[in-house]
Design a binder for this molecule. Structure first.
Ligand SMILES: [Zn+2]
Length: 571
């Protein structure tokens, strides 16, 4: 079949659906019908990588009412131009489907209003002195006894040749409880005042699922992991806001982060919770530039279950997706994930934190699964992934449901048996994307043997498991270019390569970051590829990912981001 025929057939097929849909409505004259088919936008003279296996490459495409209507050669698509059609000459730049991020905390309000002590978007080294200085400035304007908090700390991006400690944070203030949160979200660093207020001292035992870390002399060093942090939530005052102030901050935060997504070519994002009402208001005021798969927890999840709202409820801008990540273990980047063997070289031997019992997990999964909601657990280490699969297998046996697609957020360290179970359960890993590049400085804590089985895109794809991209921002930068470069090269910012056996091709990495993301939220029929009938979400890139040096993909320029046929970002 020639390209031309294929394109026309698809185009006609789509128009046919439209006309059939009007059968019961007012009759259109043939002329009006033709005008209704006229594209709003055509893009020509491009290298279009569609991620549609039935037609992987094209030169041009047409868009009408926010959807792709045809792909083909520039000549064919020019033939569709009507009076009202806008034409975009891509001058041989590449175009790919809009990128989809399946795991993002979208911390817009933090970025806008809080003390940010590290670089959220890129590899950048900072000094401990700069962190202390920023927090000290905040302490000056904060009443004594009220928490002073810093965000986006990364323990392996320090210029100092040592770790941040309780003594550094005592320099910030002796009158305020002070905390610095690691961007990974599972460890925090406290000053003496905070430890004292929480009544934590060197004889305090570690609680289940967390640790109070110590220096070699046995004194507290200020670092606290996972569930051990709970005691700090109950002490000290926190700056409070009225309901109206909170709404305003949340709205502005969401509008702000939406702009950042557009800047990086990210057109769909799975949000870990957040203010659903504010999100809808941001959309109503026209500031939502990306599509949201909203992943509920807490009150919203309870309300979904009690009112019978299932995954899929909503529309193409805001839709209820899977649940938020339900935590089963600790963190990869902060080295608290639950391993079946001790962390290499650690004394005393440490196997990470399991933050949930199997019984608690079984009950949670059963409750969500029965309600027709897509289960989503945070499971990093092999132990945690196994626990989640046990809970999912149990729930499926009790209440079988087809196409449930349980989502495993991170799914970092795997083995052959886990891969077999993931495949059998139809489970979907949403794997760290930017880590191979951004966090290569942390892989030595695991070593090459474990890295060969970590962030295992090659293994998943070879097994026919449609692994998707989950940046986990804040923990990881969400830049899809950095993600693709890392997946293809497995080489970090420091030039070191880890787990090269898990490399995937550019074509595969593009699919992971687009179509597989759509599949992850049951939306593969409406987005994820440049296919007639799908939503017109696409990105214009300055260079060709397929022919350029893979070690420079991260530096490609995002020239334009388009969502539903509308430009939301232009360089
Ligand atoms: Zn997360």
């Amino acid at each position: 079949m020639t390209n031309r025929l294929r394109s026309r057939r698809q185009f006609m097929g789509l128009a046919g659906v439209g006309v059939a849909g009007l059968a019961g409505g007012p009759l259109l004259t043939p002329l009006a019908a033709a005008e209704a088919e006229e594209p709003d936008l055509v893009v020509v003279n491009a290298k279009v990588y569609t991620v549609d296996s039935s037609r992987p490459k094209a030169e041009a495409f047409a868009v009408r009412s926010g959807r792709f209507t045809a792909t083909g050669s520039s000549g064919e698509i020019r033939g569709l131009i009507g009076k009202g059609t806008q034409t975009f000459d891509a001058r041989q730049m590449s175009i790919v489907p809009g990128f989809i991020d399946c795991h993002n905390h979208a911390p817009g309000a933090t970025l806008l209003y809080d003390v940010v002590v590290g670089n959220p978007y890129e590899v950048e080294f900072v000094t401990i002195a700069s962190i202390v200085e920023k927090l000290r400035a905040k302490a000056h304007e904060t009443p004594a006894g009220v928490w002073v908090e810093g965000y986006f700390f990364d323990d392996t991006k320090l210029k100092d040749d040592r770790q941040l400690s309780v003594r550094d944070l005592d320099q910030v203030s002796k009158d305020h409880p002070v905390v610095v949160h690691h961007r990974g979200g599972h460890t925090s660093y406290y000053n003496s005042k905070a430890l004292e207020m929480a009544d934590v001292n060197k004889s305090t035992p570690n609680p289940p699922g967390g640790t109070f870390d110590r220096d070699t002399d046995g004194g507290l060093n200020g670092r606290v992991t996972d569930r051990a942090r709970a005691v700090f939530n109950r002490v000290g005052k926190r700056t409070t806001f009225t309901e109206a102030q909170t709404m305003e901050r949340d709205r502005d935060g969401l509008a702000y982060i939406s702009k950042q997504f557009a800047r990086y070519g990210v057109t769909s994002v799975h949000h870990e919770g957040g203010n659903l009402e504010a999100l809808q208001q941001v959309r109503a005021r026209g500031d939502l530039l990306h599509r949201v798969s909203y992943e509920a927890s807490g009150k919203v999840l309870d309300a979904m279950i009690s009112s019978g709202m299932m995954t899929g409820f909503g529309d193409e801008w805001i839709r209820l997706g899977a649940t938020s990540e339900h935590g089963v273990d600790g963190s990869f980047s902060e080295r608290t994930m639950a391993l079946s063997i001790p962390y290499p070289g650690m004394t005393p031997p440490y196997k990470g934190n399991v933050t949930e019992t199997q019984d608690e997990l079984n009950a949670w999964v059963e409750r969500v699964h029965r309600a027709g909601i897509q289960v989503n657990c945070h499971a990093n280490g092999d132990v945690a992934i196994g626990m989640m699969l046990t809970a999912v297998e149990r729930a499926q046996k009790l209440f079988p449901r087809t196409d449930a697609r349980p989502k495993i957020t991170h799914c970092t360290l795997i083995n052959d048996d886990l891969v077999r179970r993931i495949k059998a359960a139809g489970a979907l890993p949403a794997v760290f994307t930017s880590y191979a590049y951004y966090n290569s400085d942390k892989f030595r804590f695991y070593g090459e043997d474990l890295m060969k089985r970590s962030m295992a895109f090659r293994t998943f794809l070879d097994a026919g498991i449609p692994a998707a991209a989950g940046s986990d921002f804040s923990p990881g930068p969400f830049d899809p270019r950095m993600a693709i470069q890392g997946m293809v090269t497995r080489t970090g910012w420091d030039g070191k390569t880890w787990g090269a056996n898990q490399r995937i091709t550019v074509e595969e990495a593009l699919r992971v970051n687009t179509l597989n993301g759509a599949y992850n939220s049951h939306e593969e029929t409406i987005k994820g590829s440049i296919t007639p009938g799908k939503l017109a979400d696409f990105v214009v890139l300055s260079d060709d990912l397929f022919t350029m040096d893979p070690g420079r993909i991260k530096d490609v320029q995002v020239v334009r981001t388009v969502v539903g046929g509308k430009t939301v970002y232009q360089a």
